[in-house]
Design a protein around this ligand. Structure first.
Ligand code: R5P
Length: 293
């Protein structure tokens, strides 16, 4: 008898998720030709009622190949006659471009979801997409798309810490929500810094007059890319008197962040939506809960 559900994956993240939801594991091989083209290969039969592709990147990431690899996998599985194919992209590539910021740019996030939908994907799952302003991302796509909250495992992890006088801070207006979520779960206070970023040069300007003397400052954000936002925030926290600074983010999308941030803080960790050296907090449980419905 064919299994009800299979998880198509190629690392321990997908395997853990498969075990949590009681699905059979089908491995795929990541093949990249010398010219850079991707050709993912299913390593065993994919007969099932339902298939969930769980594809996760490792640093240094290549979002273009990753996206095509996931799309080709979906096409190939659907081609094997499985109608119910869902995609789990723990980090939603192109999700940051969830609208046209400057004229002439594409609305990339919507287009990526459209391509999955047109390929025949039934549902799409991700974690703390930058598209958080779109509730469940439903207004981006007609395909059911779910944005699971990656700050919940961050708060769970922080429950073990013995902070004396903590304050949770979002390094900019957009990330106040993240600091508020974690602080709310732990019953602590939150605040935010103010950031502006020049859309053309990328130059960051940040300010705050919050008195942080003697306090543990826990900076919470969704993404670290260049590390520029958090480096500015760490400097301000220290200038305003912070006793210790900690940094927790959902997605670390570049190694630069580790090099630039780790030496200046007590602890810097991220979740395992992308496989990095500091992915010590796992989103597998919350994804499994969402997949189980
Ligand atoms: C921006 O709005 C996000 O929440 C992050 O703060 C940003 O993506 C981080 O980028 P970077 O590390 O390059 O400053």
């Amino acid at each position: 008898m064919k299994p009800q559900k299979i998880v198509v994956c190629n690392d321990d993240f997908g395997e853990k998720l498969a075990r949590k939801i009681g699905a059979k594991i089908v491995k795929f091989e990541k093949r990249i030709f010398p010219d850079g083209e991707v050709c993912p290969r299913l390593m065993s039969a994919v007969s099932a009622d339902e298939a969930i592709i769980v594809n996760r990147m490792t640093l240094p990431m290549d979002p273009n190949s990753y996206f095509l690899e996931t799309l080709l996998l979906a096409k190939s599985i659907i081609g094997h006659g499985i109608k119910n194919v869902d995609v789990v992209m723990p980090y939603f590539v192109y999700g940051r471009q969830d609208k046209v910021f400057r004229s002439g740019e594409p609305s990339s996030a919507k287009f990526i979801l459209d391509l999955f939908e047109k390929t025949g994907v039934r549902k799409f799952y991700t974690v703390t997409s930058h598209a958080q302003r779109h509730k469940e991302m439903l207004d981006l796509s007609d395909m059911p798309s779910y944005n699971v909250n990656g700050l919940i495992p961050v708060a769970e992890y922080l429950k073990k810490k013995k902070f004396k006088n903590p304050i949770f801070i979002g390094p900019d207006q957009g990330s106040e929500f993240f600091a508020k979520t974690v602080a709310g779960i732990l019953g602590h206070k939150h605040d935010m810094f103010y950031k502006t970023r020049d859309k053309n040069t990328g130059k960051i300007t940040m300010s705050s007059n919050i008195d942080l003397r003697g306090r543990e400052v826990i900076l919470v954000d969704d993404i670290v890319s260049s590390g520029g936002t958090l480096i500015n925030a760490i400097n301000i926290a220290k200038k305003n008197g912070a006793k210790e600074v900690y940094v927790y983010v959902v997605h670390l999308v570049s190694d630069k962040g580790i090099k630039n941030i780790t030496p200046h803080v007590k602890e810097f960790l991220c979740t395992d939506t992308i496989n990095t050296k500091i992915s010590n907090i796992s989103v597998v449980d919350i994804l499994a809960e969402k997949l189980k419905g």
